[in-house]
Design a protein around this ligand. Structure first.
Ligand code: ZN
Length: 335
């Protein structure tokens, strides 16, 4: 085995230097309120197999891309580079990664045998689930709020993304229950197959290219059920006054005004690439990667009080966007 204390040192290893060896990528994922540790380190899980194979390795183990010290290793999507040898890759929980690092340090030479039971199954069918509140005046103009239906099979997906599905569905239900419908149409989309590469949202954008100009705003709730602390937008400068309007309602919920570089959540990104404005209601994610993509992603981690704060913020922003005459001009297309 060869231990790399960071992903960067693996990348810098010479071609052929890992011939017949198993690479151990031992980089710690730090806790962060906005999940920046995961944002930076998930690339280790996604790409280490092909990078190590390119240098001659026959397998890879990585330190789990999670932020807890329990013994559940974190899972998630990975892929092989085109033409790359498909070598096995697995994650070790943090305590097990510590043990292995100590053994390598003490013994110098450690032999590891890997038995992985994963298999690639044929593609299945899944579908986006869509509901709509038809606008009373400008029904052709649409505000999309979403969350994703799929989850990793280790846990139950209560946080990722059952919480998001609950939050946006309840926000839409509250708006639908009002005596007067908002001026624009509100479309609730529960995305399919997000975890394996935003399959549902990418397909939706492909099929709606002709009427994409009528999609005014998109956002997704996909970060568990903890309190929202900030509102970030990604609007044309001519539409930024909407942020000031919405902040009058969000500030009493303990939400601060953020930046204008929001991503809008994973399934909003295919829309943003095509120029659709997005926003993010940023949630406290300090504990999120303790549970995310592990057997510990279960309902007991959710706090109804914090979920209610989410519902209040989502219903306010979506209602105001659908009722307002702010243009929500499209942004430059990203490549
Ligand atoms: Zn998710």
């Amino acid at each position: 085995m060869v231990r790399f204390g960071s992903f960067d040192t693996l990348k810098k290893a010479k071609k052929g230097s890992l011939k017949g060896k198993i690479a151990f990528v031992d980089e710690l994922t730090p806790k962060h309120r906005e999940g920046n540790g995961y944002g930076k380190n998930s690339v280790i899980r996604r790409t280490s197999a092909s990078i190590a194979a390119d240098k001659g390795a026959i397998g890879v183990v990585i330190r789990s891309i999670g932020t807890t010290n329990d013994r559940f290793a974190h899972t998630g999507q990975m892929s092989y580079a085109k033409g790359s040898k498909k070598i096995p890759i697995g994650a070790l929980s943090s305590p097990d990664a510590n043990l292995l690092a100590t053994m390598i340090k003490k013994a110098g030479h450690v032999k590891l045998s890997m038995t992985l039971a994963t298999e690639i199954l044929p593609a299945g069918k899944s579908a986006n689930v869509i509901a709509e509140i038809k606008g009373r005046e400008k029904s052709e103009e649409v505000i999309i709020l979403g969350a994703h239906l799929d989850s990793w099979d280790l846990g139950t997906g209560a946080l990722d993304d059952g919480a998001g599905v609950g939050i946006v569905s309840e926000a839409a239900r509250l708006i639908a229950a009002m005596p007067q419908k908002p001026r624009r149409t509100i479309r609730l989309v529960l995305w399919a197959a997000e975890e394996i590469g935003l399959v549902g949202s990418k397909q939706y954008v492909r099929e709606h290219m002709a009427d994409l100009k009528n999609i005014k705003l998109v956002s997704e709730s996909d970060f568990g059920g903890s309190n929202i602390f900030r509102f970030d937008s990604n609007f044309a400068s001519s539409d930024l006054h909407f942020v000031d309007n919405v902040m009058k309602v969000l500030a009493p919920l303990g939400i601060e005004k953020g930046n204008n570089t929001a991503g809008g959540g994973p399934d909003s990104w295919p829309f943003r690439m095509k120029g659709v404005p997005v926003f993010s209601l940023r949630q406290n994610g300090i504990d999120y990667f303790d549970y995310h993509h592990t057997p510990n992603d279960t309902l007991d981690k959710l706090d109804p009080k914090q979920m209610q704060q989410n519902v209040a913020a989502w219903s306010a922003v979506i209602y105001m966007a659908a009722e307002s005459d702010v243009e929500f001009s499209h942004l430059p297309v990203k490549q």
